[in-house]
Design a binder for this molecule. Structure first.
Ligand code: SAM
Length: 253
């Protein structure tokens, strides 16, 4: 019991250990700080490649018009927008994020491109989703699961709201599958990215956190095991750009 309490008392935030209750506050601060420059930073950091990853992820999904989909940790709504297009603009996409400023940026962006019908914006925590059981045909989470405090709780919640047989998809940074690229990737991650963060978003620490949180995240196999243990079957993953990111998919059993 004492051990359990000790383990629960702290969690990681990048490379630091912090009290569990503090993580959600710190993560919120990160995204409050970068929300206005979030899309621009994604393009700069990845040279636009994140767009291809997202497109490929949605392309892999079995979507049909008139489905009801949930994008958790939706941020500014890239995955949601692509999913709606994939349903020929006929369907429902719920975008759920804990951070009001990220949702606001996304809503503004979507309104500007005339994408309003069928989109519902909900502020909520992935760890206690404000939706009934079994109500979505598919649930996605893009670059979000790494940021939640209790990852298994968030997975359980996403599975809970899925219909039986419904598809789960997670797009997330992962571990490089080509070892000789590692030194280069390390220099880029630890030296270049925080600099770009400082210059563009005026927040070096937020991008230092990004890099560190990627290193703390389970590798492809470990994450697959976690998904299988929490109610998903046929779990598979696809490496993207040599494992810099990966797409994990599974179906609610
Ligand atoms: N999905 C978007 C994308 O791919 O561009 C945004 C990803 S952004 C890196 C991570 C998002 O996760 C942020 O918008 C943040 O507010 C959200 N987030 C962090 N913790 C969360 C939680 N516990 N529940 C829901 N959203 C969360």
């Amino acid at each position: 019991m004492a051990t359990e309490m000790t383990e629960e008392a702290t969690t990681h935030f990048g490379f630091n250990n912090i009290p569990v209750a503090e993580k959600v506050v710190r993560v919120r601060h990160v995204f409050d700080s970068v929300s206005k420059r979030y899309d621009l930073m994604n393009d700069l950091m990845s040279l636009g490649i994140h767009r291809l990853w997202k497109r490929y992820a949605v392309h892999k999904m079995r979507l049909q018009p008139n489905q009801r989909l949930l994008d958790v940790a939706s941020g500014t709504g890239d995955l949601a927008r692509l999913m709606m297009r994939r349903m020929d603009d006929r369907g429902q996409v719920v975008l759920c994020d804990i951070n009001g400023s990220m949702l606001q940026q996304g809503r503004h962006k979507m309104t500007n491109i005339g994408m309003v019908a069928g989109m519902t914006w909900v502020q909520g925590n992935a760890e206690s989703l404000p939706f009934p059981d079994h109500c979505f045909h598919a649930v996605t989470i893009g670059f979000g699961i790494r940021n939640v405090t209790h990852m298994e709780q968030a997975i359980t919640e996403m599975v809970r709201v899925l219909r039986p047989g419904g598809q789960f998809l997670c797009l997330e940074f992962s571990q490089l599958a080509i070892p000789w690229l590692q030194p280069l990737y390390d220099v880029y991650s630890f030296k270049v990215l925080p600099e770009i963060g400082q210059w563009v978003a005026r927040d070096r620490a937020a991008y230092q956190y990004l890099v560190e949180s990627i290193r703390r995240f389970p590798n492809q196999q470990q994450f697959s095991t976690l998904l299988s243990k929490n109610g998903l079957g046929q779990v598979r993953y696809d490496n993207l750009s040599a494992g810099i990111a990966a797409i994990h998919t599974g179906y609610k059993v």
